[in-house]
Design a protein around this ligand. Structure first.
Ligand code: ZN
Length: 342
């Protein structure tokens, strides 16, 4: 799928944050909105008993400069108020790292998406992580986390931990045709705190991350995110028994399994310019340089999360590689995802 991102939405992050805040206390014949915590709101469709466990949560700005999630969340709130989206349950929405978004940064002091489960008041992000855990994650059974990539991407994609066929079947049923990256490993980033996916998995809940192209207010990313989120909300209301009968061979999504996480080895480690997400490489292809010589692709597959920050330190992730798999491979014993430190 070719992914264009030329049309830019006429908005700003400040406008979107304001719009989110303005939705607090709004009410229509179809839905009422109220605040649960700072930048966490709950939409209660008319007829749904308020205060019951919200079943579904949608979070944007977990990374501050991955801005497209904010207009997507605002669009969903409008759709609920207009009655064009009418789930039989409450939906919560959160803006993750608003301070970072205002500063056009991924985070301020600590990556929020590596701050869950730390239970610490050390910095703004660990404090916010605790707030999100208490007022958002604890209130939801299932969460959609809206992200964008740092570098361009040949297609938007899903990123999810594989831990049961039922979740994969659910994902498959809402997938508008995006590749699905699955990982079987926790802590693939090698840092202490957890990501949204990891934290919710530890709570026996399902979190789905969607990476909506390169960061920015691109219309194509917006449309794709709205489609995914609406499919997600509608599917959560449907009976899930049909997933119980599914087998892995019934999965239609293109599956890629995260196989390699390449860490920075020395101060000279860097990727060659122009490498994008989902770019295909063959084993042995030279994709960068280090003080010890060329960096070559350790396996054939597809590049994920290439990084070009000048301040990467030794041990930080430079890129990942994933490999196309058949769904059946997920059920093989001992076939765990491998996060290779190279
Ligand atoms: Zn992100």
């Amino acid at each position: 799928m070719k992914y264009t991102r030329y049309i830019v939405l006429k908005t700003t992050i400040e406008l979107e944050i304001q719009k989110f805040q303005d939705s607090i206390h709004r009410q229509s014949p179809y839905c009422a909105v109220h605040e649960v915590a700072p930048f966490v709101i709950r939409a209660t469709p008319t007829g749904v008993r308020a205060g019951t466990q919200a079943r579904l949560g949608v979070i944007a700005l977990t990374h501050g400069n991955e801005v497209i999630g904010a207009p997507i969340v605002n669009h969903l709130i409008e759709s609920l108020l207009a009655g064009s989206l009418s789930p039989g349950f409450e939906v919560q929405f959160a803006l993750g790292n608003v301070s970072a978004a205002r500063a056009n940064q991924r985070y301020i002091e600590n990556d929020l998406n590596r701050s869950f489960g730390l239970n610490s008041t050390e910095n703004p992000e660990t404090i916010r992580a605790r707030e999100i855990e208490t007022f958002f994650f604890d209130k939801c059974d299932i969460v959609l986390d809206l992200h964008q990539t740092i570098q361009p991407s040949l297609s938007p994609f899903f990123f999810a931990h594989y831990y049961s066929l039922k979740e994969l079947a659910f994902l498959d049923s809402i997938n508008p045709g995006l590749p699905v990256i699955v990982t079987l490993d926790d802590k693939l980033h090698g840092q202490k705190g957890e990501t949204t996916n990891e934290f919710l998995k530890s709570q026996d809940k399902f979190c789905l991350t969607v990476e909506l192209g390169q960061k920015g207010f691109f219309e194509e990313s917006f449309k794709c995110g709205v489609e995914v989120a609406k499919n997600f909300i509608r599917a959560v209301g449907e009976p899930t028994e049909r997933f119980d009968q599914l087998t892995l061979s019934g999965i239609k999504s293109r599956l890629l399994k995260l196989e390699v996480g390449y860490r920075v080895q020395d101060p000279g480690s860097r990727l060659h310019p122009g490498i994008v997400n989902l770019q295909e490489v063959n084993k042995g292809d030279e994709i960068g340089v280090s003080d010890r010589g060329p960096i070559v692709a350790p396996i054939s597959g597809y590049i994920l999360f290439p990084k070009y920050n000048s301040n990467l330190t030794i041990g930080q992730e430079l890129f990942c590689l994933c490999r196309e798999i058949q769904p059946g491979e997920l059920s093989q014993q001992g076939n765990t995802g491998r996060y290779n430190i190279r």
